[in-house]
Design a protein around this ligand. Structure first.
Ligand code: ABU
Length: 473
């Protein structure tokens, strides 16, 4: 228990947190930290004990040097904004410090997680699905691959993979790199995760997928897994799920959808068509910390076959922890890779309960409208070019003023991004599409308004024009 001095300290820090919440949108989005400055200003080594004043100093400095991800001028990642319920859920999770392995150790967390998994399963279109919360999309994609491996080589979980016939997985060249990591973690090998070329707009090319699978079979390999993407990281586009499903069904391959980014579009009647065919998949990754605005991390992996997770995670020696008192269905640790597991369900359950399905639908529809507004503004501009049609919340564009030599457009685009940070206190990322540098604007903050997008576009155009003038001198 905290001492009375520590309780006073907690109270003081809580007051600071409240003050931070009141001013967070005025706070600099990106405090321009340089590693040398931070290291010269702070001694971060840990040796003897410290008094509470010193700890308070570091708390203040930590907050001040943090990126303000709740600001409407933070467009840098696939998450942004502040969730009141999410924040409270995080605080209560830390306060109560339960662990998700057994119902006994996390009674409400277990039931909330079950409720959420059931709801998400239904939205995907699985009648009787099951899943678990995991530490992030990469981990979810790994679990999907482990399940696929278990189905393709039923005994390999015990014996290891010793066959001369390699298992081969297929993902698009624009899918997330976590599939490659999953490849080696699951013992498949990075080289055996083949990257299928995309069409001009970043969707997996089905004809090429079929040809690559055919070639693999001819070469005596065993194609076992296709990982499609619902919302690619750079362009935010959705693979053709129904077509991929037919291929997987015909060949008995595992069909996974990585909906880390775009899975939440299932909450919108207007935009869920992007995920048509999701019910035909075997497994689905969904990050609620992205489009649902929940604090990091809040990811689930959901499977159509409710028995597989337990099968994949079944090992001897667990009886010290799992006594079966509450029924195995309620001891969720029997279904997860982790042993101790934090409660990620509370924050999402609270937020969803607060907004309701309709509240979430409105918010997600609004995010799409923001991206469409940005797309419109880019199409109206004489010096900006959209590099890919907008399908969800990713707006990828570059700066290409006719007065500047085309060879300099890549460099100029990145210069504009850097100057947006310095001059307009705006953090937005850059990426590359077919060797063309672009600014990747992500409209995922529920507080965004059309004025915010207009201000962003105005700043981009002004800075771009200024730099273009300098470059064309
Ligand atoms: N899955 C993490 C994506 C990071 C980003 O592009 O913002």
């Amino acid at each position: 228990m905290p001492t009375s001095r520590e309780l006073e300290f907690i109270q003081r820090i809580h007051a600071k947190l409240l003050a931070y919440l009141n001013r967070s949108n005025d706070k600099m989005v990106h405090p321009m930290n340089r590693v040398e400055d931070l290291l010269s200003r702070f001694d971060l080594s840990i040796e003897g004990s410290s008094d509470l004043e010193e700890i308070e100093f570091f708390i203040d400095e930590y907050i001040d040097s943090s990126v303000n991800t709740s600001s409407p001028r933070f467009y840098n990642q696939l998450f942004s904004g502040f969730s009141t319920m999410g924040y409270l859920g995080e605080a209560i999770t830390g306060l109560t410090n339960n662990s998700m392995y057994t119902f006994e150790m996390s009674p409400m967390g277990t039931l909330m997680e079950r409720t959420l998994i059931e709801k998400m399963s239904q939205l995907i279109g699985y009648k009787d699905g099951f899943g678990t919360f995991v530490p992030g999309g990469s981990n979810a994609n790994l679990i999907a691959m482990l399940c696929a491996r278990e189905r393709a080589c039923p005994n390999s979980r015990n014996s290891g993979l010793f066959s001369n016939i390699p298992l081969i997985g297929f993902v698009s060249e624009e899918s997330h790199y976590s599939f490659l990591k999953a490849g080696y973690q699951a013992g498949i090998g990075i080289d055996n995760i083949r990257q299928v070329p995309c069409d001009g707009n970043g969707h997996m090319d089905i004809v090429k997928l079929e040809a690559m699978i055919e070639l693999s079979i001819q070469n005596g390999e065993k194609p076992f897994f296709v990982g499609a993407t619902a919302g690619t990281t750079v362009r935010g586009v959705f693979d053709p799920f129904e077509k991929i499903a037919s291929i997987c069904k015909e060949l008995g391959m595992w069909y996974h959808i990585d909906g880390s980014w775009g899975g939440s579009a299932l909450l919108s009647k207007k935009h869920r068509t992007l995920l048509r065919g999701s019910e035909l998949s075997d497994s689905f990754t969904w990050c609620a910390h992205k489009m649902m605005g929940i604090p990091l991390m809040c990811t689930s992996i959901i499977l159509k076959d409710k028995t597989l997770l337990k099968q994949v995670n079944s090992v001897p020696g667990t009886d010290y922890l799992f006594h079966g008192d509450d029924g195995e269905e309620l001891d969720l640790g029997l279904h997860s890779l982790q042993c101790g597991r934090r409660v990620d369900s509370l924050k999402l359950w609270l937020a969803w309960k607060y907004f309701g399905d309709d509240g979430y639908e409105d918010r997600i529809d609004n995010l799409f409208s923001m991206a469409q507004h940005a797309e419109l503004r880019i199409n109206q501009s004489k010096i900006l070019e959209l590099l890919s049609p907008v399908e969800s919340l990713n707006v990828c564009f570059r700066i290409q003023p006719p007065t500047v030599d085309e060879k300099k457009w890549n460099e100029l685009t990145i210069m504009v991004r850097d100057r947006l940070i310095m001059n307009a206190d705006t953090l937005v990322n850059h990426a590359s599409i077919n060797d063309k540098s672009c600014i990747r604007l992500i409209t995922v903050n529920f507080d965004l308004t059309l004025d915010d997008i207009d201000e962003f576009m105005k700043n981009v155009e002004e800075i771009a024009q200024e730099l273009a003038n300098e470059l064309s001198k």
